[in-house]
Ligand binder design. Sequence first.
Ligand code: CP
Ligand code: NVA
Length: 319
Amino acid sequence: MTTGPTKRDLLSINDVAGDLPGLLDRALAMKRARAVGDRSRTRPEVELALIFEKPSTRTRTSFEVAVSDLGGRAIYYSSKDMQLGRGETVADTARVLSRYVDAIAYRAFRHSDEVELASHATVPVVNALDDHEHPCQIVADLLTLKERWPAGFRGRRLAYIGDGNNVFQSLLLGCAAVGLDLSAAIPKAYRPTREVVEQGARLSAVSGSTTTFSERPMEAARGADALYTDVWVSMGEESEKEERELAFQGFQINADLVRAAKPSAWVLHDLPAHRGLEITDEVIDGPQSAVWDQAENRLHAQKAILELVIPPRPARRPS
Ligand code: CP
Ligand code: NVA
């Protein structure tokens, strides 16, 4: 099955920046429908290939349940199960899978492989995390905040404490796209790329939001409406564990930091959490934690994302 040259990829938040309000509304509607037993079977018989070069609990499960809810099915491969793991090229893998499935979700070590897969696939490719971005995560995160802030994102501020990594880069772009102010406390050596900061600035110029950087977690958290952190050592960075754990000392979301934010502030973490490092038990298990709803929202966000990128059957032509 192929969708031809008009196919829609989601490799970066930039690819859906203008679609975020609609995506969030749709995800929320499907969440409400599911709560009363309606699974929104809007994409019957679609096939989704999941290629994962790294482990996953949430992303894999939410994609599998999402496509099943929509009426289709997922085929999961760890890259070790595929010929990709023994030297078949990413491009050839893309060409072949495009003849079988309607979309591919890819968790890759390298963003360049993500781009390579998308450029040779004739079906939509969705980034399920790479070293550059984790866009699906941020759709779920914004959904979690939207549920808590019915009046919208304007005038709200999210404080991010920690590594300027893949999750942060998507978060920066997502906040800028929806007009949510962002104050980030990140050690200088771990800031996002200049390219992403510039892309964020372009989105902020339209939405009217602000983004600030410091190396002072307290300053970033003071008066914030939400706090967000991610692991200090991402998948693939295990060899840097020691130096990273040293560099991020003081960049922990703990009770003191939560007290600096607004009393109504929510705490987010994309998970998996390293309790006692980037976040304390007391905070993640505390009354201000939105973390479990955030994890659930991966499912509802994934459904809206799949609907967006996979057109309904009649719009697709046979291969
Ligand atoms: N947050 C997230 O992507 O989790 P997984 O690695 O378990 O998919
Ligand atoms: N930054 C983390 C996110 C895990 C979901 C990583 O890449 O491992």
